[in-house]
Design a protein around this ligand. Structure first.
Ligand code: PMP
Length: 449
């Protein structure tokens, strides 16, 4: 093979070259077919090669591909902001467009700080977050991320923003069960606020369903109501990082809607462009924008390609596609169908500890022993092995968790495009079962753990 100069995740590994994608499938140059049960990185939410999106891209390219946000606006950016205001709950009306989820969470963080500054309060600078979380790779977003593996090399440059435990019921740090636990993990936020001082804290950020760091950990029923109340009681904004969960992934436009909570600011990404173009957003409520609009009149952020017309045209077409085909309404049913089958696999394979998640954002955690929940040894690299075995079978799953904080086990995320049919779910489960059979044989042969 010709020498490659492209920096890839693991430089001494070879990566198949994908020639094209159609629906939930990708096809490589060798002719191998992959069922994309990860939507790439929980991104290709409407599948690959959708004609309507390609046509929207072409149409916009014929008009104009780039205008600079400090000089001009565009019809597509205006229409997208309007549609997001309509589709999101409450008065989350104001969109700031960026190009990646990391930029979206950083922008959300800066908006929150600016909100307090415009109100004349300059000390509220910190943005608290949780352990077992991921908010992005740039230094501000990484400061927010409770992901020890991704923080490790840069710790001296990072803020210590993660301060509380996640609502990780499978491995509850208190050994309790919701709701009788009284949501102690949420109340940790109150303790942290008292220790640090509410006058220092601008906001609290959390993923409604924990993705990359935890493997689709959905909270118990009143967790977010408790969190939101604590934030309100202490004059702290609540930011939902819906980069992975937004745009319908869990069966509602925002996952926060499941728990009856309207955030002050929301970060969107991934599914916004569904992989067809890089686009993300920080979406702010009227409450947050009011002092900014009457103060310095702009949000202190921006990237050269913010509100890029090409990306906005894609995101608008994605929303229209979701709407026209009533896709979000179907997510809950498809998610339940898939989850039920994954739960059945738990009876068949003793290394499946937990099946969890919401809508079509599902997670499987692997354990050495179902009854003790004892995880596999870290150096056995079970998550990586499982992802590789699945890929060999022509099934793409997303690696998550992997004991990053020394408390959670290995896990994978199953998050196929929201357009997946029941027959395709059956095929997904068939390929996953085959993958687990190989893994089971490896365990029996003493090769896996
Ligand atoms: N927030 C969440 C919840 C994410 O899942 C991710 C990406 N995995 C990010 C932020 C960062 O997004 P990006 O990789 O587009 O910068």
């Amino acid at each position: 093979m010709e020498k490659s100069f492209l920096i890839k995740p693991v430089l001494d590994e070879t990566y198949p070259v994908i020639e094209y994608g159609k629906g939930i499938f990708l096809f490589d140059k060798e002719g191998k077919k992959y069922l994309d049960a990860a939507s790439g990185a929980v991104t290709a939410n409407i599948g690959h090669g959708v004609t309507e999106i390609i046509e929207a891209m072409q149409e916009q390219a014929k008009k104009v591909s780039f205008v600079y946000r400090s000089q001009f606006t565009s019809d597509v950016a205006e229409m997208l902001a309007k549609k997001i205001a309509e589709w999101t709950p409450g008065d989350l009306n104001w969109s700031f467009f960026v190009n990646s989820g990391s930029e979206a969470t950083e922008t959300a963080m800066k908006m929150a700080i600016q909100y307090w500054q415009e109100k004349g309060i300059k000390t509220k600078i910190k943005v608290l977050s949780r352990w077992v979380s991921y908010h992005g790779i740039t230094l501000g977003a990484l400061s927010l991320s409770g992901h020890t593996g991704r923080r490790a090399r840069f710790v001296p440059l990072l803020e210590d923003f993660p301060v509380i435990n996640p609502p990780y019921c499978y491995r509850c740090p208190y050994n309790l069960e919701a709701p009788s636990c009284g949501y102690l993990c949420a109340h940790e936020l109150e303790t942290a606020i008292k220790r640090i001082g509410a006058d220092q804290i601008a906001a609290f950020m959390a993923e409604p369903v924990i993705g990359a760091a935890g493997g689709a950990i959905a909270p118990p029923k009143d967790y977010f109501k408790t969190i939101k109340k604590i934030c309100e009681d202490h004059d702290i904004l609540f930011i939902a990082d819906e980069v992975m969960t937004g745009y319908g992934r869990t069966g509602t436009m925002l996952a926060s809607e499941h728990w009856g909570v309207i955030p002050d600011i929301v970060a969107l990404g991934k599914g916004m462009g569904a992989g067809y173009a890089p686009i993300a957003a920080a979406v702010a409520s009227e409450k947050v924008m009011e002092p900014i609009l009457s103060g310095s009149k702009s949000v202190m952020s921006g990237h050269t390609l913010s509100a890029n017309p090409q990306s906005c045209a894609v995101s608008l077409a994605v929303l229209e596609y979701l709407e026209k085909n009533k896709i979000i309404n179907k997510v809950e049913g498809r998610g339940n169908y898939l989850k039920y089958q994954l739960e059945k696999l738990q009876d068949q394979f003793s290394f499946i500890g937990d099946v969890r998640g919401k809508g079509l954002l599902l997670g499987i955690e692997f354990v050495e022993d179902q009854s003790t929940k004892f995880p596999f040894p870290r150096n056995a690299l079970i998550t990586q092995k499982m992802v590789a075995l699945a890929k060999e079978k022509g099934l793409l799953v997303y690696p998550a968790g992997a004991g990053i904080d020394g408390i959670n086990g290995d896990s994978i995320i199953i998050s196929p495009p929201l357009t997946i049919t029941e027959r395709e779910i059956d095929l997904l489960v068939h390929l996953l079962t085959e993958t687990f059979e190989v893994f089971s044989n490896q365990i029996n042969a003493g090769m896996a753990g």
